[in-house]
Write a protein that binds this ligand. Structure first.
Ligand code: NAD
Length: 293
């Protein structure tokens, strides 16, 4: 049994922390939102009064925060956990963040002899709840091997993507495909409706044809798959603002390496427009926005 500090108990973090307790680990949790802590405590986690309390004297410290800004504020700088914890500690950041933030974590780790992995995930809230997340991990092989049994309590596919930041690199490449697929899938269902083809029939045919994708088969934007946000009034799930964030991370990374991503940029414009009024809506809700254009 490991002692784990878990910080960030939102859509993803809460079910992930719960799965760690189900695997009999000692999970000490912190979030700015007391109701998120209460939910985790009901599932067997132990409440901490601060991020520092959650992280002190733990075998692993897992962060699942919205973006680089929150990760930097919790972990980096003079008041960050990496400076505050003088004993060597093991940090696993599962948030999706920019390459510079991930690099900053790996660099800061050397100061107090900490270990760090960037370990973003794919699979959404359903994957977090059903323990079927995919982890994309960047960092030293030894650290990866040590963390793997812990990550396996929350996910099914645990990949070592490579050196520091390669987990985030894999995640942003994956999500730029997802963002584009979701728009393409939405456009297909909009056109099908105009042509009198039923959504169910298109889903059945395309799922067995070359238009198949995760956006189509597991997260269809048309309301035909029970349990998806589309069948729940597009309640997130994976908020549109998070998808916009991920597309912007990819665009920013591409600029840094002199690469152009024209379709990702177009998808970014569409999500940016959608987010002006619907940032909290699930990203698959972009189908309703595209119908109005
Ligand atoms: P969320 O907004 O639901 O949860 C984030 C949690 O962090 C919130 O509970 C918030 O109160 C807490 N928080 C923010 N600042 C904090 C601080 N300073 N101290 C303590 N707690 C703080 O986000 P989410 O959907 O759970 O996503 C988390 C991360 O996972 C993001 O980086 C996202 O891109 C990534 N992700 C999300 C999904 C998804 O389907 N939701 C899928 C894959 C990856």
């Amino acid at each position: 049994m490991a002692k784990i500090g878990f910080i960030g108990l939102g859509h993803m973090g809460n079910p992930m922390a719960r799965n760690l307790t189900k695997a009999k680990h000692d999970v000490h949790v912190f979030d700015l939102d007391q109701s998120a802590i209460d939910t985790a405590v009901k599932a067997g986690c132990i409440a901490a009064a601060s991020a520092l309390e959650a992280a002190t004297a733990k075998d692993f410290i897992i962060t699942m925060l919205p973006a680089g800004k929150q990760v930097r504020s919790i972990l980096l700088g003079d008041n960050g956990l990496m400076a505050q914890l003088t004993e060597p500690s093991f940090f696993i950041d599962c948030s999706t963040v920019d390459i510079a933030t991930a690099l900053g974590l790996h660099a800061a780790a050397t100061v107090n002899g900490h270990s760090v992995l960037d370990a973003p995930v794919s699979g959404g809230v359903t994957g977090a709840e059903s323990r079927t997340l995919t982890f994309m991990v960047g960092g030293l092989v030894d650290a990866f091997e040590k963390a793997k049994p812990i990550l396996a309590c929350m996910g099914k596919n645990i990949f070592h993507a490579g050196a520091a930041t390669h987990g985030q690199a894999a995640k942003m490449c994956n999500n730029l495909m997802l963002g584009i697929h979701m728009i393409g899938t939405s456009e297909a269902f909009i056109l099908a409706e105009k042509l009198g083809l039923s959504a169910e029939t298109l889903h059945q045919i395309a799922s067995a044809s070359s238009g198949q994708s995760w956006a189509l088969s597991k997260y269809c934007p048309a309301p035909i798959l029970p349990g998806t946000p589309a069948c729940n009034n597009y309640k997130a799930g994976f908020a549109a603002a998070m998808m916009l964030k991920d597309l912007n991370l990819a665009i920013e990374a591409a600029h840094h390496c002199d690469t152009s991503l024209p379709l990702t940029e177009k998808a970014g414009y569409l999500y940016d427009d959608f987010c002006k009024e619907h940032a909290d809506v699930d990203f698959s809700g972009i189908i309703e926005f595209l119908k109005t254009r």
